[in-house]
Design a binder for this molecule. Sequence first.
Ligand code: DNO
Length: 366
Amino acid sequence: MQMTFRWYGDGNDSITLKQIRQIPGVKGVVWALHDVPVGEVWPFERIEEVVKQANKYGLNSDVVESVNIHEDIKLGLPTRDQYIATYKETLKNLSRFGVKVVCYNFMPVFDWFRTDLFKEMEDGSTALYFDATKVHSLSPEQVVKNMKENAKDFSLPGWEPERLKDLQRLFGLYKDITEMNLLENLTYFLKEICPIAEECGIKMAIHPDDPPFPIFGLPRIVKNKEDIQRLLSAVDSPSNGLTFCSGSLGVNPSNDLIDIVNSFSDRIPFAHIRNIKHFEDGSFIESSHRVEDGSLPITSIVNALYKNGFSGYARPDHGRHIWDEVCRPGYGLYDRALGAMYLLGAWDTNVLLRDNLLAKKPLHTV
Ligand code: DNO
């Protein structure tokens, strides 16, 4: 497992590469050109710039999150082919700089969303929160407004202004799109993309829907084990992979996260590992990564990855906002660094147990 850390880029992140490099065990940054409009080719020089910046701090830039998918592709419109062609060009450009994994999602209109971005917790920290009751009273426009107002002037991944400018029209276009249609459109995309990705040595890693259920009548197709099975077998290529995201899949208590890791381990090039705490009404809060603080079996997930020989990339996912840090919602330095250490602690315990059992040698002595 290679530990990584999401970084929004120079001038777009309050967190520096110097800081990231000082988190023990972090080997690379997960990055994107957030300002390139969806559907445009990522320019070679811009990619080179980020890669060089990361390398200067001894960090790799092997994982990109996300190259977003144009709505015309998700909708299966005749114009999709031109956007698929630009996507291929972007993959080629990324591969020239050794990018190995491209995370993306196929959620219509919205990416992830929460009702509160700075919900106060008992210990005085704040965290992302999803209020299952409140969400029913919100219209899509209110959700967008809410996210924007809540974000405290930080840009949010997946909430790029250009994506949201034409909400009514988009909702109209999705009116007759069923889950099956959306899956067909994903399959069409993957059939085109995977051969190029294979040539480029890139693994495509789809991110589950967050939350993993339909919202505002929009179809969702990456919600559970059956969906994952369906999409992975729709295009049987090593480049058709999954971003295992515990916090997204884990919103649904009937998703068995360990079983999902065990079932698809050879198709998981990238893992987002974080905890959430469920409430009885279906609401959830993004707690610290520690098992005791939330509802998800985080250490067992790490153990399952280990046992399956996971050699891909992982990152701590959203963190709480602690120690008065002023930061992008979910993406501060401190709690994510704690998360990385927790995950590495769980991983290293496995390594230590294996090494001691196999070699029967004592632990280091000073
Ligand atoms: C939010 C993220 C998502 C994720 C995309 C992947 O914090 O988990 O925006 O990056 O869904 O394409």
